[in-house]
Design a protein around this ligand. Structure first.
Ligand SMILES: Cc1cc2nc3c(=O)[nH]c(=O)nc-3n(C[C@H](O)[C@H](O)[C@H](O)COP(=O)(O)OP(=O)(O)OC[C@H]3O[C@@H](n4cnc5c(N)ncnc54)[C@H](O)[C@@H]3O)c2cc1C
Length: 377
């Protein structure tokens, strides 16, 4: 076993950290309080070639390594939860297009993602089908050279701002989850509309509706009836990234807590000198390390062994998102009343950190996935 990152990975982390602290941080103050996409941040990320890390080299990218993805998400979310969301939704589109797309689809969409010209949105969830995704109701009926889509999606991050969407609809409603197919939809397609949703923590997210929306047959991604496989393999790849993002949020909260506890004086001494504070900090550090190791293991397995890493990715996502919730809460507690003052880093993190326990499969669904793997192996 080798717990060191490669030189290339260390360099990438240093580069992204510098980018995030110098360039992103000043914009994130406002952007992370908005429910809209910050195009200024997207432009900056594109200029620094970050989106290229979501696309294979032959389509204008720099490659698509799971470990790189995790390092990047950890560093972005430490400074800007919004920047991390833009990056994450791109991966949820570029990964399945790279794996399941036709040559023509890869050439049409991947370079646009790599250059930051397009940002993506993964629209799977429906008003009556979240965890129970096999029960989705949207339909795609073949008609000549097209499919006609009807139905609605909700909680699509970055929708309605994205240019390219990956969505899922039933081409064979009688076949249950085996009747689901995946489609690429471009913004502006007649019959496809989006509306913003407003959440507790600022997040660009929307509801999308398809009303007799005609898509060319070339927009089918993968084979008809294989949409659930496209969705689940994309989530396998992405869930460890949600874990990495949670580690980034927790690291930031921890850094804030350490700094604050050193300078805040109570009963004549810095609060860092109380043993209860020290124990809190020790527990936080331990929890962050445990989560980071689960994330890096999943990423290492994806890069070095390949194939599906369903159980390991679910474990990383579950543990890291629950961990981040605990750590941010404890960091806020160490700030006393100042912890809930609007605009304090821990206050912002507290609002943001609740959401990753829900998306890309709730904590309960990760347990269902892990248990299924244990019992079926
Ligand atoms: C901030 C945010 C961003 C999101 N981004 C996206 C996105 O980009 N694309 C997208 O498609 N979706 C997205 N979602 C949707 C998200 O993936 C769903 O909200 C999630 O999968 C849960 O589905 P649901 O809301 O319908 O809850 P439900 O499925 O109705 O679940 C309700 C409760 O029941 C529990 N439950 C359900 N089934 C079981 C079971 N079998 N065993 C035990 N407990 C169970 C759940 O854990 C939960 O506690 C996002 C959500 C949020 C909050």
């Amino acid at each position: 076993m080798d717990f060191r990152f490669s030189e290339k990975e260390e360099l990438l982390r240093a580069k992204v950290r510098k980018f995030a602290e110098d360039k992103l941080a000043p914009l994130a103050v406002e952007a992370d309080e908005s429910d809209e996409v910050s195009w200024e941040i997207v432009k900056l990320m594109a200029e620094h070639e970050l989106f290229k890390l979501t696309v294979p080299e032959q389509y204008g990218g720099i490659g698509m390594k799971a470990m790189t993805n995790c390092i990047l998400r950890e560093e972005l979310s430490r400074i800007s939860v919004h920047a991390d969301v833009y990056y994450a939704e791109d991966v949820l589109c570029t990964y399945p297009i790279s794996v399941y797309g036709t040559e023509e689809q890869k050439r049409r969409y991947l370079p646009a993602f790599a250059s930051g010209q397009h940002i993506g949105s993964f629209a799977l969830t429906e008003p009556d089908a979240g965890s129970d995704v096999g029960n989705l109701k949207a339909t795609a009926v073949p008609d000549g050279d097209s499919y006609v889509l009807n139905g609605s999606k909700c909680f699509a991050s970055v929708g309605p701002f994205a240019q390219t969407y990956l969505t899922f609809a039933k081409t064979d409603p009688g076949a249950g989850s085996k009747g689901i197919s995946a489609f690429i939809v471009e913004k502006g397609t007649p019959g496809f509309e989006g509306k913003q949703m407003k959440l507790m923590g600022p997040h660009p997210i929307g509801e999308m509706t398809f009303t007799d929306c005609r898509l060319p047959k070339e927009n089918l991604l993968g084979k008809e009836g294989k949409g659930l496989e496209v969705a689940l393999s994309s989530l396998d790849n992405a869930r460890m990234g949600v874990g990495a993002s949670a580690v980034g949020m927790a690291r930031r909260a921890f850094e804030e807590a350490v700094a604050y506890s050193r300078k805040r004086v109570a009963f004549g001494k810095p609060i860092s000198e109380f043993q209860s504070t020290q124990f809190k900090l020790a527990d936080m550090a331990l929890d962050i390390d445990a989560a980071a190791l689960l994330v890096y293991r999943a990423a290492w397995m994806k890069d070095e062994i390949g194939g599906r890493v369903t159980k390991e990715s679910s474990m990383a996502k579950l543990y890291a998102t629950e961990m981040a919730w605990r750590v941010v809460d404890q960091a806020l507690q160490l700030h006393g009343g100042y912890g809930v003052v609007r605009g304090m880093p821990v206050e912002k993190l507290y609002r943001a950190v609740r959401q990753p326990r829900l998306y890309e499969g709730t904590t309960e669904i990760q347990k269902v996935v892990i248990a299924r793997h244990i019992l079926n192996s």
